[in-house]
Design a protein around this ligand. Sequence first.
Ligand code: NDP
Ligand code: 8X3
Length: 250
Amino acid sequence: MNKTALITGATSGIGKATAHEFAKYGIKLILCGRRQERLDTIQKALSKQTDVHTLNFDVRDKKSTIDAISSLPKDFKTIDILINNAGNAHGLDPIQTGDLDDWDAMMDINVKGLLYVSKAVIPQMTERQSGHIINIGSSAGKEVYPKGNVYCGSKHAVLAITEGMRIDLNPFGIKVSAVNPGLVETEFSQVRFKGDAIADSVYKGYKALQAEDVAEVIYFAISRPAHVNIADVLMFCTAQASSTIVNKDL
Ligand code: NDP
Ligand code: 8X3
């Protein structure tokens, strides 16, 4: 596929798996994240299959985000596909004892970071009247669960912003999609629980979605014919029925 994709959060989990999936089809890649060493390793691995450029920035930092994307070399300047994936949950606490820094992190990364990256990329898509934006939401954007308060709020915001983008970008022929997974076995719980051992128990006793399962759905969405937009996908592992119902053998 003769296209270029920019993927945020490409150093781990869903973003990294999406980079690997896209590379199989020869999609040129702009891989973003804060951990340069990991970006280098992934670039080295995927360069056998496609051209790869890396960008190191924190999506919370408006200026670094805009500067990094505008610094892209000529061969990578035209972005056909934007995967807004960078994000995490920070903490799992009732609202009355939640941590302000965790709340800032979730709103700043999951919501404002997604907006900064989009702001840097959308003008070239409207100018060319083509492009595809996929925002990685969550089942937490469709259903609030106990102690999920602010994370769920950030992902509800991602869904609302996705719908807003789809409406506003409709006259330009730009596709906008949300892919909303349930439990996916990545570094997500290590981040949420700040390395606490409880993170290891989250994916025990059932087979959670794997990052590659989500990456395949993302590739499916971007590989549809020009007249088809996969607007919204909710995907669970078979053991999961809702945010609070998971059939575990424990
Ligand atoms: P991981 O923790 O494995 O990956 C998160 C990625 O986001 C990393 O590559 C990380 O890169 C990047 N990232 C985090 N903070 C920042 C930041 N401030 N600036 C730039 N990049 C950042 O988690 P997942 O792969 O699971 O999560 C990816 C997305 O999927 C998130 O939006 C998450 O909310 C969503 N999701 C996850 C689910 C799950 O159960 N795992 C389910 C539903 C949705 P680096 O640290 O190098 O910057
Ligand atoms: C990640 C899935 O259920 O931990 O978005 O919120 S969940």
